[in-house]
Write a protein that binds this ligand. Structure first.
Ligand code: NAD
Ligand code: UGA
Length: 463
């Protein structure tokens, strides 16, 4: 059976790019991406492709090709659900901020709402695909809701977690390491797997499409993120030791990463990982382990988060220490606010935590980021802390010109590894800063000896 129409609920960082590529590669399938956020949908529909709600290299070209042909963005959720043969659930699954499991478990209210809505409005059989990252066994709950509140029609549930990373989403979608599809072992479950497989097979070699049972698929997504984050925390756990001993973390990472069993990727020391998923997914994994009485496994994975929190705090402490123990009324410039380069996403960015800690010490933070708005920075900080919004406003500002942002600063902190920082006129920046001009390179992006030759006091991570 070949599918002719798809609906995706959730037009966010995953739903938008993923469906754009599916539509681009399958021009015969009508793909409608729906969202309750009308502003987001309007931005997806904007004529000016620089106004898409997500900055992702290459996304504009894909949208330009498919939008209006077989790719549509809409707020008409019910209509799109009923018209589709296959429905992807790609809504947010943040960490719970209330009730049982607060601060750890995944908040599944949006996923449950989707299931109820699908059940309510569907008038024909559907394949429902979990695209959101979900705790293992969620498919059971979704199926229960669909079967018990539906109109007696047949729903098949698949798990098809997404492995794209922001900043490289289009590349990751176009040439994925693998596509994972989990389904039930029943005949109809296997048939549904085949249907979804056909959609990906339009551009992904079949031997890279892995099929498993539902629970393996759900759990593999959580644990893949845990493994990746663990590598970042592992390398970051060595940075302090390098600083104390004269070893250099870049050299150590290179030396260990050339062992093909270890591999070179995800060994870049940093101010700490950010993003909407690593922390949330590990916390969720820890919560699941604890719920099953697996306390040692829970403690093991929690340590990845503890290390990450420590890395962010340590970075802020280093700045205060180097500026003679006080940053009160001093200007500290951040280059970068996004959680990594090539994205405008700031969720859980180390920048927010570091700024918060420095503002507690009454530092004035000025930020330059090529893709993040001042409004977004303020709202990130307001969300994190209990300071009044006007206090946050008075301590945090943003500047659109990096050279102006650096003027008069006592210290400059590289938070995001935007490529453009490497091409700046660092002599000009040095001349305009308060002395001693300190650079704290949270990404080991800049060349230590070149900066020191200019006169900077340079401190990288783990060097
Ligand atoms: P997001 O917050 O950017 O997007 C989710 C969207 O869903 C929002 O626009 C929201 O308005 C919409 N939504 C919520 N409930 C809805 C409803 N009932 N009806 C219609 N729309 C609704 O989130 P995201 O970053 O795209 O993540 C989505 C899921 O994918 C999460 O489970 C996440 O863990 C997972 N994931 C994210 C990434 C990533 O890089 N961001 C990668 C892989 C997996
Ligand atoms: C991550 C995974 O890489 C994706 O496979 C997954 O689909 C996604 O989470 C998800 O489930 O949301 P993402 O968070 O977008 O993707 O970006 P990453 O490239 O993984 O970076 C995460 C954080 O780790 C960033 O802050 C990055 O700067 C940091 N990082 C990464 C390091 O500090 N060092 C590294 O070597 C690699």
């Amino acid at each position: 059976m070949n599918i002719k129409s798809i609906c995706c609920i959730g037009a966010g960082y995953v739903g938008g790019p993923t469906m754009s590529v599916i539509a681009q590669k399958n021009p015969h399938i009508k793909v409608t991406v729906v969202d309750v956020n009308a502003d987001r949908i309007a931005a997806w529909n904007s004529e000016d492709l620089s106004q898409l709600p997500i900055f992702e290299p290459g996304l504009d070209k894909v949208v330009a090709e498919a939008r209006g042909r077989n790719l549509f963005f809409s707020t008409e959720v019910d209509r799109a659900i009923d018209a589709a043969e296959m429905i992807f659930i790609s809504v947010n699954t943040p960490t719970k901020t209330y009730g049982a499991g607060k601060g750890m478990a995944a908040d599944l209210q949006y996923v449950e709402l989707c299931a109820r809505q699908i059940a309510k409005v569907s008038t024909s059989n559907k394949i429902v695909v979990e695209k959101s990252t979900l705790p293992v066994k969620t498919a059971e709950a979704i199926k229960d809701i669909l079967d018990n509140t539906g109109n007696g029609i047949h729903f098949e549930i698949l798990s098809n977690p997404e492995f794209l990373a922001e900043g490289t989403a289009i590349q990751d979608l176009e040439t994925p390491d693998r596509v994972l599809i989990g389904g039930e072992s029943t005949a109809s479950g296997q048939k549904a797997i085949e249907v979804l497989k056909t959609i990906y097979a339009a551009w992904v070699p079949e031997d890279q499409i892995i099929t498993t049972n539902l629970w393996s698929s759900e759990l593999s997504k959580l644990t893949a993120n845990a493994f990746l984050a663990q590598r970042v925390s592992s390398i970051n756990a060595l940075t302090e030791l390098c600083e104390k001993t004269g070893a250099n973390i870049n050299e150590v990472a290179n030396a260990i990463g050339t062992d093909s069993r270890i591999g070179p990727k995800f060994l870049k020391a940093s101010v700490g990982f950010g993003g909407s998923c690593f922390q949330k997914d590990i916390l969720n994994l820890v919560y699941i382990c604890k719920s099953l009485g697996l306390n040692e496994a829970a403690d093991y994975w929690e340590q990845v988060i503890i290390m990450n929190n420590h890395q962010r705090e340590r970075f802020a402490d280093q700045i205060v220490k180097a500026l003679y123990g006080t940053v009160a009324d001093k200007k500290i410039t951040f280059f970068g606010w996004a959680f990594k380069k090539d994205t405008n996403d700031t969720r859980e960015s180390a920048a927010i935590y570091i700024a918060d800690k420095l503002i507690d010490e009454h530092a004035n933070i000025q930020v330059y980021d090529p893709k993040v708005s001042a409004l977004q920075m303020q709202s990130d900080l307001n969300y994190l802390n209990s300071r009044s919004e006007s206090d946050n406003d008075s301590y945090l500002s943003s500047e659109k010109d990096p050279y102006k942002a650096a003027e008069g600063a006592h210290a400059l902190a590289i938070i995001t590894e935007w490529d453009e920082f490497q091409n700046y006129d660092w002599k000009k920046i040095y001349d305009s800063m308060s002395k001693p001009a300190c650079v704290f390179d949270g990404r080991n992006l800049l060349n230590k000896s070149e900066l020191e030759a200019i006169g900077f006091s340079y401190q990288g991570i783990g060097q």
